[in-house]
Design a protein around this ligand. Sequence first.
Ligand code: SF4
Ligand code: SF4
Length: 225
Amino acid sequence: MIVAERKPFEEIAQSVAGFRRVLVAGCGTCVAVCLTGGEKEAGILAAQLDIAAQLGEREQAFSVGCVERQCDREFLEELAPQVEQADAVLSLACGAGIQFLAEQYPEVPVLAGVNTTFIGINDDVGVWQEKCRSCRDCVLTLTGGICPVTLCPKGMLNGPCGGGEDGKCETDPERDCAWALIAARLERTGRLGGLEDIVPARDRRNALPGKQVHPAYERRYSAHE
Ligand code: SF4
Ligand code: SF4
């Protein structure tokens, strides 16, 4: 899932300051699960902004909308009647959802109410852990299902940097060295030999924005090109 955290209230209040009618738009998927931008959080934020506006004697009105996913055109279309009534939309979706909302409604200012933090997992109640940097060249098969791109601050792809001590990371003795974890896991599963395969240097072209078309739809879209 994509994890996000709400921006500081002062920053949000400042971003909506120039608008009379603001739609606070939640997203019902990842940001709802991480208790940041779902319908409930959108309602709470709208109420807080409303109180702040009243205290500041500003004439502002805050409405609330929420769709299943802001990163999906079909769901975004459901917001149209509410967007039409707004001078600005404050989105609580992840960065992808906010951008797609802005793209779908080009005439309306779109504001970001959250900071997208990472792709991660729900580790415990109210706790999320980063697991993947979406590098587009996954090495998890070789590294025992532990990601060195995410867990190693130096992004070492072919073994440890040599600076770690007692299984802890050189950059932070409180953290496990990613490669100590990888080696332990591979040893446990009898796959240490796989580390002899060299992972080549990353293709920096992967730093460009990605696009993916499912093979079943390739013909449909190539016909349009
Ligand atoms: S190697 Fe790590 S960052 Fe890259 S895709 Fe796999 S899990 Fe994600
Ligand atoms: S000690 Fe391990 S995790 Fe830390 S930077 Fe070096 S290889 Fe990466």
